[in-house]
Ligand binder design. Sequence first.
Ligand code: EPU
Length: 434
Amino acid sequence: MTTWTIDGGTPLIGSARLSGAKNSITKLLMLSMLTGDPCIFTNVPEVGDSQITLDLCRALGAHYARLAPHQLQIQTRQVKSSEVPYELATRNRLAVMTIPALLHRTGRAIVPAAAGGDKIGPRPVDFHLEGYQRMGARVDIHDGVYDVRADKLRGADLLLPYPSVTTTENLLMGAVLAKGRTFIHNAAIEPEVIDLVMCLQKMGAIIDYNTDRTYVIEGVESLTGVAHEVLPDRIVAASLACAAVATQGDVLVMGARQADMVTFLNTIRRVGGRFEVHKEGIRFFYDQPLCSIAIETNVHPGFMTDWQAPFVVLMTQAKGMSVVHETVFENRFGYVSELQKMGADIALYDSCLGGSACRFHFSNYRHSCVIKGPTPLHGADMAVPDLRAGFTYLIAAILAKGRSTIHNVEQIERGYEGLKNTLISLGARIQEGI
Ligand code: EPU
């Protein structure tokens, strides 16, 4: 377990290069296994989840080589097993994304049901499995595995109960090589999903998408290799933005793209945070007291659930009462108790505050919060529960008075490249160990 000690009270000032998106490269690597040809990816984030996915692909028969920093080639001439090893399936939540490649290449996918990853809600995979069933696969659940079989998937009319990101990506990858036409209605349209569609199109897929969240996929016989650049990580960009404004600093996030962050930028502006869009990235800075707001998280183009935790710590520094309603994951306020220990005034509620009733309306999940600010924060001893919450603790520790210790930092490094050096270069006082 890695521990960092942080002496707070310093504004973050300077510039930071944005990495490629973790939630994109992990799917692109899975996608590479749909073909026997080599695939080359650039702007690859050097984060824990990239390596976990590479290990998984290698266990199934992929060979990869790093061609240069942030650039790799991967090729799966032959899939050597239909079964995802248990140990690899428990390291994050992506094992289910091997189903399309394993089915197309071997006719069978055996995926352990015990997924790892962040504990931010039950996170079932029923939409994925139902989609494959509707495309003609037989799905059995036995001995702790999902056992999916299909000699050839066939096109189907699929309606997702919710626009789930990985379900959409998974079924797109399944449908591109299915026989006939597949419709995916109520699908996710996050920039990372559209980017996956772009990559599939370069490989030979035929995918149309409409403004009503529908993809129409015409199955093709095979896909070719591809060269593709991973899009910048808009979650890391927003995390750095919140850190810059919350610490009353000034950070140029190089590589951040306005088009992927429109809702975030509007929200930052509404609370009094400042930004400027430049050719090389977006500069986020503080120059006036922040004010409160009511927001709810939502699927794209709404306010991303992954922006929520860093934004809540920002709101502890805003004057007045802010409301945040989390509508994507049931249990994404696990980090709040630590912020309360640091002096934040945050109360959690199981009702849907500040907006319309969401899917969790009749549950006991505490999925809304009220933040009263501004409150000074003081240092604390914290253990990171999940990736995004972890970054939130870092922001809190950097803006707090006094010393904080943060344990289990490797959880954060799963998704943030070169984190310690980036933060130190911006002025944070961090040292490894206690
Ligand atoms: N859902 C189901 N059944 C399913 C699939 C999803 O009920 O079969 C529900 C989920 O439980 C959740 C909602 O649908 O309540 C949305 O989940 P979604 O499938 O969209 O999330 P995900 O694909 O599991 C990805 C990212 C998350 C990000 C969300 C939302 C990856 C690997 N993960 O998760 O990223 O928060 O989309 O944008 O792409 C992170 O990076 O820290 C992270 C958690």
